[in-house]
Design a binder for this molecule. Structure first.
Ligand SMILES: Cc1cc2nc3c(=O)[nH]c(=O)nc-3n(C[C@H](O)[C@H](O)[C@H](O)COP(=O)(O)O)c2cc1C
Length: 106
């Protein structure tokens, strides 16, 4: 079989979506749907997420260096969709989706 060349594109499917929460001190927390997330190391435990610069969440995560990866289930399907199309710039996604933000520290 000869080698095939495909034009660049995302070939890695399926990509299960997660909801990544983030927040700055004194501001309302934000949450964004992310499909490009993965494990990069088990010891030490490290995960990766890929967030476009233009996302509102990008600046928050860059400033704080912190985010939380929230796994989702069937009950959260609507929230996953909503948080993937609305921006925290102009929407309180936690409030609109009746999600409860909790402190991330241990
Ligand atoms: C299923 C799904 C997966 C998504 N995955 C990503 C992703 O991996 N990276 C990204 O930057 N945006 C992704 N998005 C788009 C953002 O979730 C979307 O632009 C969101 O409104 C950004 O919110 P923010 O402006 O509050 O940060 C995805 C959207 C959906 C619906």
């Amino acid at each position: 079989m000869s080698k095939e060349y495909w034009k660049p594109g995302n070939m890695l499917y399926p990509v299960p979506a997660v909801m990544v929460s983030c927040g700055r001190e004194g501001e309302r927390p934000n949450i964004i749907t992310v499909a490009w997330a993965g494990t990069i190391c088990s010891d030490p435990a490290m995960v990766s997420i890929s967030v476009r610069r233009e996302r509102f969440s990008y600046g928050i995560i860059k400033d704080t260096g912190e985010f939380v990866v929230n796994l989702v289930n069937k009950k959260l399907v609507r929230a996953v969709d909503y948080c993937g199309v609305k921006s925290g710039r102009d929407t309180d996604k936690f409030k609109e989706m009746r999600l409860t933000p909790l402190p991330s520290g241990m």
